[in-house]
Design a binder for this molecule. Structure first.
Ligand code: NAD
Length: 257
C-alpha cells in the first residue's frame, strides 16, 4: 500500500531541487503535500512542483512561506491544519548558501544564512510540534519531523563557514527535539546528503569542484535528489519505528572514507 496514505506533510523549499523530489515522492505515496517556499520558480527548470504533482495524480498546494519569518511559518501551519485537519509531518529542507571563508564572510551574510537555514528550521519545528502535540496519535506517533542537514555539517566544506555551521547545528537541534518530545509521540530525524546534483549545485559549484567530489565519493556516481527523497520517505514512514534523533548519511560513502 501507499506509505503515507492520507497523511498531511509540509515540505519547505519544495519549489526546486531536493525539496521538489521529496514533495513528488511523498505525494506519490498518498500524502497531501504543502509546498512551502518563497517562490514557485524551479531553479533547474520545468513547471511548478504543484503542477507536476497534479499531473502525476497527486495532491499538493502551494503556500508562499519565508521560513525565516515566524508569522509566515505559523500562518502556513495554521492554514494547513484548517484545510486538512492535522499535520502529520514537516520536512525542513529550505536553505540558502553563501560560500565564503571566515575572513571573507561579512556579518550581514553570516546572519542571513543562519536566519534562513537554522532559525527557519527552529521556527518550523516549533510551529509543527506546537500543532502535533495537540493531535490524536496515528499508531504510536503524533507527528514526524525530517530535517535536512548535510555531510558539510560533519566535515568542512570548501569555504562554506556559515552554511556548514547551520547544518551541524541542525543535526544537534534534531537530537534535542527527539529527546524532549519522544514521550509525546513526536519523532525527529535528519537526513544528511552528500554531493547531490541539483540545479543549485550545477549553478553554484564549478566543474572542477564537482569532478573532485565525484572522485572523492566511493559510490561511483554523484547523488541524485531521489536518493535523498527515498531516505526522507523512510524517516517519514512507519518503517522508521523506534528511530529518532538520528542523522542519516546519504552520501555514497563520502563520510565513511
Ligand atoms: P536548492 O537551492 O536547489 O533549493 C532550495 C529551495 O529552498 C528553493 O526552492 C528556494 O526557493 C527555497 N528557499 C530558499 N530560501 C527560502 C526561505 N527563506 N523560505 C522558504 N524557502 C526558501 O537547494 P538543494 O540543493 O535542493 O538543497 C535542499 C536541502 O538539501 C538543503 O537543506 C541543503 O542544505 C541540503 N543539502 C543539499 C546538498 C546538495 O548537494 N544539493 C547537499 C547536502 C545537503
Amino acid at each position: 500500500g501507499l506509505r503515507l496514505a492520507d497523511q498531511v506533510w509540509i515540505v519547505t523549499g519544495a519549489a526546486s531541487g531536493i525539496g521538489r523530489a521529496i514533495a513528488r515522492l511523498f505525494a506519490s505515496q498518498g500524502a497531501r503535500v504543502v509546498v512551502a517556499d518563497v517562490t514557485q520558480q524551479v531553479i533547474e527548470g520545468g513547471p511548478p512542483t504543484i503542477d507536476v504533482i497534479s499531473t502525476e495524480g497527486g495532491n499538493a498546494i502551494y503556500l508562499p512561506t519565508d521560513v525565516a519569518q515566524r508569522e509566515q511559518v505559523d500562518a502556513t501551519v495554521a492554514e494547513t491544519v484548517s484545510r486538512y485537519g492535522r499535520l502529520d509531518g514537516i520536512v525542513n529542507n529550505a536553505c540558502i548558501r553563501h560560500a565564503r571563508t571566515l575572513l571573507e564572510m561579512d556579518e550581514g551574510n553570516w546572519e542571513r544564512v543562519l536566519k534562513v537555514n537554522l532559525t527557519g528550521t527552529y521556527l518550523c519545528c516549533r510551529a509543527a510540534v506546537g500543532q502535533m502535540i495537540t493531535q490524536e496519535r496515528r499508531g504510536e506517533v503524533r507527528g514526524r519531523i525530517v530535517n535536512l542537514s548535510s555531510q558539510h555539517g560533519m566535515i568542512a566544506a570548501p569555504s562554506d563557514i556559515a552554511y556548514g555551521t547551520t547544518k551541524a547545528a541542525i543535526a544537534y537541534l534534531t537530537r534535542q527535539i527527539a529527546v524532549d518530545y519522544a514521550a509525546q509521540g513526536i519523532v525527529c530525524n535528519a537526513v544528511a546528503p552528500g554531493k547531490i546534483q541539483t540545479g543549485a549545485t550545477g549553478r553554484a559549484i564549478d566543474p572542477d569542484v564537482l569532478d573532485r567530489a565525484h572522485r572523492r565519493t566511493p559510490w561511483p556516481r554523484l547523488g541524485l535528489p531521489d536518493d535523498v527523497a527515498r531516505a526522507a520517505l523512510f524517516l517519514a514512514s512507519d518503517d522508521a519505528s523506534f528511530v529518532t534523533g538520528i542523522n542519516l548519511m546519504v552520501d555514497g560513502g563520502w563520510t565513511a572514507a
